[in-house]
Design a binder for this molecule. Sequence first.
Ligand code: 5GP
Ligand code: ZN
Length: 117
Amino acid sequence: MAGEPQADCLFCKIVAGDVPATVVRETETTVAFRDINPQAPTHILVIPKVHYPDAAGLAAAEPAVAADVLREAGEVAAEEKAESYRIVFNTGTGAGQTVFHAHAHVLGGRGLQWPPG
Ligand code: 5GP
Ligand code: ZN
């Protein structure tokens, strides 16, 4: 069924607690944890507990949960005292997506170039 945990998915394993992560926030529908390879002083991933390969697929299937991810991205940035921050959803290998469970990168704590690379 759509949204069900996938046995071979790293982020489903983090949701289940089978892979450890430095969790900074958790809600009924989302988990936020520090990226293992941070690209900025604040680099936190916000993921839905349900499994969808990318953010647009999540939004199409479960728009309320997609909104939860965005709201939590803002909460995380506020907790980190990041006045300016960037929310990134890499989608597809060409854009750098390596984990195919929807996730928002919340990046802040340094100047962020525009346009991004
Ligand atoms: P993507 O490249 O798919 O947009 O983002 C995946 C992110 O997950 C990368 O920034 C990568 O550093 C992070 N990541 C990969 N494996 C782990 C892990 O085991 N734990 C944590 N906390 N982050 C991970
Ligand atoms: Zn998953």
